[in-house]
Design a protein around this ligand. Structure first.
Ligand SMILES: Nc1ncnc2c1ncn2[C@@H]1O[C@H](COP(=O)(O)OP(=O)(O)OP(=O)(O)O)[C@@H](O)[C@H]1O
Length: 422
């Protein structure tokens, strides 16, 4: 009723009154809001400028950090080389080292590394060098291996290299793994310092055993069945050690085993084990020679220590044939089809039935059917007792490394350092 009355009583002047009320809302309120906004903006700008000025006058590690003498990594970050993944402010080696205080304990003073004797080869990070290192006893120096990070290196590579050193530290000591002696990472170039396993890799040793070389630097270039088991057992101990740490090696092969004059074997090439450590699996695109790989690896399925056991079977074959390439009649690219037909290598003439039985157990298609490194080691320990320690393994043909590389499916540059020098 009231509403009707209002409308009826509504005059022209009343309407004007309503319009005036609306003008008040439309003009005054926005003006008020804009003013508040401008005041807030002014305050924020003032705070920001004040912070900037304070930072310019504050001494801080970022500004005062000494530039690494040999090369400033920020040079790379500007796009002049390597992979650049981190912002400029994180580019000095000191910052990386700041994040890895454990490495401080491992530092070897550079002046202790007196001279580089030779370059052994190019490894996955860069040159692998043999150098002399002065010990606490000033009159004595010892030979060490330096794995250098190639330059120019990207930030990601520096991080990876430092991580690799920490991985060695995490693994700790094992008689059958190459030992880390220390590192030089306080400035570029970065070095990993490893014990020198003077006689080099087992593949070159096996090839040399084919030659008429009797002994060199205390190493007897003769191999018997018993010694094959002896070397194999040590590799299995290294694999057991990795397995206890929930790791596996990923590239077990004669080329990745170093040998000392007393036939102590040391597993090297721990690049893939490092991947398993950091990522839980092998994810790299790094090409591993296919003929050493278990079917699950070739099929890109998840793999573990039993894939190493498969490769261990190939290693036994390598030893007993004095370094012949596996599956000589199969092109490397056809190996998966070959295995899918459930074909394995025949027994080499130099291989006893006992040893061939062990190889065959390693080459069972399903990984669950293969023995564990420990079970395998126990089998080897039994076999050693009756193994021949007199008859020296002999293969009359010498190896032509280029031919070997083609049949084995390996890059020839990664192979024949020692052998070519003889
Ligand atoms: N401690 C060592 N003593 C003697 N020779 C070594 C030593 N370490 C490596 N080498 C030599 O360098 C070669 C390559 O070594 P290795 O496979 O460890 O290097 P890499 O390419 O850096 O591999 P990864 O990154 O997988 O460790 C070996 O076959 C061996 O000839």
């Amino acid at each position: 009723m009231g509403m009707t009355r209002m409308l009826l009583e509504c005059s022209l002047s009343d309407k004007l009154c309503v319009i005036q009320e609306k003008q008040y809302e439309v003009i005054i309120v926005p003006t008020f809001l804009v003013t508040i906004f401008l005041i807030l903006l002014g305050v924020i700008l003032w705070l920001f400028i004040r912070e900037q000025r304070t930072q310019q006058h504050r001494p801080g590690p970022r500004d005062t950090a000494p530039v690494p003498p040999s090369r400033d990594l920020s040079w790379e970050a500007a796009g002049h080389g390597g992979n650049v993944a981190l912002p400029l402010k994180e580019t000095s080696v000191e910052n990386f080292l700041g994040a890895t205080p454990d490495l401080a304990k491992l530092q070897v003073p550079r002046e202790q590394l007196s001279e580089v004797v030779e370059q052994i080869c190019n490894g996955s990070y860069g040159p692998i060098l043999r150098a002399n290192m002065n010990t606490e006893d000033a009159s004595k120096s010892k030979s060490v291996i330096l794995k250098a990070l190639k330059e120019p290196a990207g930030l990601h590579e520096v991080q990876d290299f430092l991580g690799r050193i920490q991985f060695h530290q995490y693994l700790g000591k094992h008689k059958n793994l190459v030992q880390l002696e220390g590192c030089c990472t306080e400035k570029l170039p970065l070095y990993m310092v490893l014990e020198d396993v003077v006689h080099g890799d087992l593949l070159n040793f096996l090839w040399t055993c084919r030659r008429d070389v009797m002994t060199m630097d205390g190493l007897l270039y003769d191999l018997t069945e018993k010694q094959v088991y002896h070397i194999g057992k040590q590799v299995l101990l290294a694999l057991e050690f990795l397995q206890d740490k929930h790791l596996f090696h990923g590239d077990v092969a004669a080329r990745n085993i170093l040998i000392q004059s007393d036939l102590t074997a040391k597993l090297c090439g721990l690049g893939l084990a490092y991947e398993v450590y950091t990522r839980g699996a092998i994810s790299s695109t790094q090409t591993i020679p296919l003929k050493w790989l278990a079917p699950e690896r070739l099929l890109l399925r998840p793999a573990g220590i039993r894939a190493d056991v498969w490769s261990f079977g190939i290693l036994l074959y390598e030893m007993v044939t004095l370094g012949a390439p596996p599956y000589p009649e199969v092109p490397p690219a056809s190996i998966l089809q070959h295995l899918q037909k459930r074909k394995i290598m025949k027994r080499p003439s130099s291989c006893t039935r006992t040893m061939y039985g062990i190889m065959k157990s390693c080459w069972r298609w399903h990984e669950a059917g293969r023995p564990s490194p420990r079970e395998l080691r126990l089998r080897l320990e039994v076999a050693i007792k009756t193994a021949d320690d007199k008859a020296v393994l002999q293969v009359p043909e010498l190896v032509v490394p280029e031919l070997y590389a083609a049949v084995a499916g390996i890059r020839v540059e990664s192979l024949f350092y020692n052998y070519s020098m003889l």
